[in-house]
Design a protein around this ligand. Structure first.
Ligand SMILES: C[S@@+](CC[C@H](N)C(=O)[O-])C[C@H]1O[C@@H](n2cnc3c(N)ncnc32)[C@H](O)[C@@H]1O
Length: 290
């Protein structure tokens, strides 16, 4: 690999602190077109292909008379921005989501959006009507308290999914377990990492992957980590990285990702290119690992 620059955590955060707390802000100006919808449908389809029990649509596999998935399925959404992946992808498929984001105005916006949906009558701050779809988004299962979102503030470098209480807890909305402390060390069925791992150096990323791997639920053979990230081209058949000094992040090539998965002891079980995104963007790939 030619490039030896590595991401600086604080510089990355400072970059994001200067961006608006909106879909457009976290998606570099692509938040108001078709991209968010296309990419979240691609994510749901990818996850359902690996985890067909999560489907709420009756099928030959899961007829109408079949009982719902017996256990609550728990996901972690890291580098979560304003909670877009949680509200638009994960809560459609799982029951409980823990959301982690370091940047103050993003995590506060995730909190505002989730609270507005969980209990619209209590929201006094935020925009006045008419609301855009982003102002009053739908977070499946929050208003009827069948699902939950727990919102944490912190970086991936400091976060251990088995010790979530070591970062700042902001709130839990929706479903509450009978004993609130019960699920702190439960681990996760799905750990979703999207468009944020470029802010970790190779060493930090391998260390995070190992912690994430250790926190996958042992009693669920389908538990998995999903990485959905930009991918640059390999260089002469070798791993390649491109450093962006504007946001102090690394874009990795397909081989660079695969080398890091291997170093972390993760097994790649499926990979897919996200289709339907604007041609001027990097290729975006989804990798499923366990
Ligand atoms: C391109 S946005 C993506 C947000 C979200 N995953 C989405 O797809 O809507 C990148 C996110 O990574 C977060 N981030 C930056 N540095 C981070 C770090 N060290 N640890 C965790 N997240 C970080 C940013 O604050 C920002 O929310």
């Amino acid at each position: 690999m030619e490039d030896i620059a590595t991401p600086d955590v604080q510089e990355g955060i400072s970059y994001w602190e200067a961006q608006p707390a909106s879909y457009d802000g976290v998606l570099g100006g692509f938040g108001t077109g078709s991209l968010p919808r296309i990419e979240s449908l691609g994510s749901r389809q990818f996850l359902l292909g690996l985890y067909p029990e999560l489907s709420t649509v009756p099928s030959a596999y899961k007829p109408l008379s079949a009982p719902q998935h017996a256990k609550r399925v728990r996901a972690l959404d890291v580098g979560a921005g304003v909670g877009r992946v949680t509200s638009d992808t994960l809560l459609y498929l799982v029951q409980d989501v823990v959301l982690l984001e370091p940047v103050g105005q993003f995590v506060q916006e995730a909190l505002r959006r989730a609270r507005a949906d969980a209990d619209p009558s209590t929201t006094t701050d935020g925009p006045s009507p008419p609301y855009t779809s982003e102002d009053r988004s739908y977070w499946p299962g929050l208003a009827d308290r069948s699902k939950s979102v727990t919102i944490l503030q912190g970086t991936l470098q400091e976060f251990d999914p088995l010790k979530p209480h070591r970062v700042d807890f902001l709130d839990r909305l929706g479903y509450q377990p009978p004993r609130p402390a019960d699920d702190i060390n439960l681990g996760f069925d799905v750990i979703w990492c999207q468009w944020c791992l470029g802010h970790l150096s190779d060493e930090d990323l391998v260390a995070f992957f190992r912690r994430a791997h250790a926190s996958l639920k042992k009693d669920n053979p389908r538990s998995l980590i999903v990485v959905k990230e930009n991918v640059c081209g390999d260089l002469d058949g070798k791993a390649n990285t491109v450093f962006d000094d504007q946001d102090s992040s690394l874009t990795r090539s397909d081989l660079a990702w695969k080398e890091l998965f291997k170093r972390a002891g993760l097994k790649l079980i499926r990979e897919k290119v996200q289709e339907g995104l604007p041609a001027e963007l990097f290729v975006v790939k989804m990798y499923a690992l366990r």
